[in-house]
Write a protein that binds this ligand. Structure first.
Ligand code: NAD
Length: 423
């Protein structure tokens, strides 16, 4: 501890719990901890919206810019009726770590509106999205803070937000937001980039232990953007996807699901259990299958103290953000269950968002193949660095990922003269 540096009020409690674990491995000073446990800027407002029927409703909205030592902050905008400021801070912290871990020159942020978008008409949704940009316009921008889609926000919403921003600024600025439609500056490959990055992470891990991929059995929880693209990619690569689910439940087939058929039936509007590709299985039972790879790709905290004893897989790849609770994580570490953590495994999305921003800033657009090749290179570099640190320190992939990310953020703080290292 450095006695010259004062500890400040801890603002993000969950971040502090994670950082305390890192501090055991990498000794952090009070100032370093204070810099890491407190978001740089927290914006918390209420947006009034005139509904179609003339009634005014108020929607709480948030933007947290957690750490910008490495560059402009980057993070999604989530529309959800359970969102709160504490959670946005935690997600912004994770974005800061994720960007540092994969070594892109960006900091971390997150935002959202407390709303159930399904209860709004399309016109109301567009007006609310535009209001979010108007309210936060002084704090966002291509060189300041760059939003992106997150839960319940889409490329279409990014398009409305870009349009609002450009109208206010009186100039084109496609790099102020990513995840846009291709016609207004989106990147090729962005739609499936999180899934492709996750698939590369599985491949990198198998290569590191000299395990062959063909025939590897996989269960995927979640059949949204991430889960459905991952199933398609792994199926094409020769993996055997034995189970997949959406919020209503899943399907299972021991010899492997016909993924092409599943995707075609789902395209016609069917829920996973309404398709004809396998027998029905609950979301809970899917998590407990004896598979080579288990991929939670839906929501948070699905693997917790209630089901840890029943989890049989030896490899969990976190494509959802935070699908494993802290106590479950500790349990798996002791049981030598390998977890490829969210900030590594699902970083493909933010990497291609970074590529999108680079393309916007230079007004020069890449072919899909080039985007995917670069993504593969970034994912391999990040995996190799984490794996090396893991093997040197004899700790988990999660701890190694956090240690590396924290080290990079602190290096940037030090190089800016914010943190002075003791000689
Ligand atoms: P999505 O909304 O497109 O899909 C979510 C899927 O999860 C749907 O199939 C839904 O039916 C299912 N689901 C919802 N509640 C469930 C439950 N209780 N049990 C089982 N399944 C349930 O979302 P997405 O974009 O695919 O994101 C999935 C996860 O990946 C989220 O945790 C998100 O934060 C994370 N993530 C997404 C991206 C991205 O680029 N989309 C990037 C990084 C992380």
């Amino acid at each position: 501890m450095n006695s010259n540096q004062e500890s400040s009020e801890v603002i993000c409690e969950v971040c502090k719990i994670q950082l305390d674990k890192i501090a055991q491995v990498k000794h952090l000073t009070n100032l370093e901890l204070a810099v890491l446990t407190q978001p740089k800027r927290v914006l918390n407002i209420n947006i009034p919206l005139i509904m179609d029927n003339g009634v005014v409703k108020i929607f709480p909205a948030f933007r947290v810019q957690y750490n910008d030592a490495r560059g402009p902050t980057k993070g999604g905008i989530r529309f959800h009726d359970h969102i709160n400021l504490a959670h946005v801070k935690e997600l912004a912290f994770l974005m800061s770590l994720k960007c540092a871990l994969v070594d892109i020159p960006l900091g971390g942020s997150k935002g959202g509106i407390k709303v159930n978008p399904r209860e709004l008409t399309k016109g109301e949704l567009q007006r609310l999205s535009r209001s979010y940009i108007r309210e936060f316009v002084d704090f966002i921008g291509p060189d300041r803070d760059i939003p992106a889609p997150d839960l319940n926000t889409t490329p279409e919403i990014m398009g409305w937000m870009l349009d609002e921003y450009e109208k206010i600024m009186g100039k084109k600025a496609p790099g102020m937001i990513t995840g846009k439609p291709l016609s207004i500056g989106g990147s090729k490959g962005r739609v499936y980039s999180t899934s492709l990055g996750g698939a590369f992470t599985i491949r990198n891990y198998f290569n590191s232990i000299s395990k062959k991929e063909k025939g590897t059995t996989v269960a995927i929880q979640g059949f949204g953007n991430v889960g459905s693209h991952l199933a398609k990619i792994l199926d094409e690569w020769g993996y055997t996807v034995v189970a997949i689910s959406d919020s209503k439940g899943g399907v299972y087939k021991k010899s492997g699901l016909d993924i092409k058929k599943l995707l075609a039936e789902a395209d016609s509007g069917k829920k996973v259990q309404e398709t004809s590709v396998g027998e029905k299985i609950s979301n809970g039972d899917l998590l407990e299958l004896d598979v080579d790879v288990l991929v939670p790709a839906a929501v948070e905290n699905v693997i917790n103290s209630g089901n840890i004893e029943k989890i049989k897989t030896k490899l969990i790849v976190e494509l959802a953000n935070g699908p494993i609770t802290t106590d479950a994580d500790d349990f798996f570490e002791k049981k030598n269950v390998v977890i490829l953590p969210d900030i590594l495994a699902n970083s493909g999305g933010v990497i291609v968002s970074y590529f999108e921003w680079v393309q916007n800033q230079s007004n020069y657009y890449w072919e899909e193949e080039e985007v995917n090749q670069k993504l593969e290179m970034y994912m391999k570099r990040a995996f190799d660095e984490v794996n090396k640190l893991k093997n040197e320190g004899e700790f988990s992939f999660r701890k190694a990922s956090y240690v590396l990310a924290v080290k990079r953020i602190l290096q940037a703080e030090e190089d800016r003269g914010i943190i002075v290292k003791k000689k």
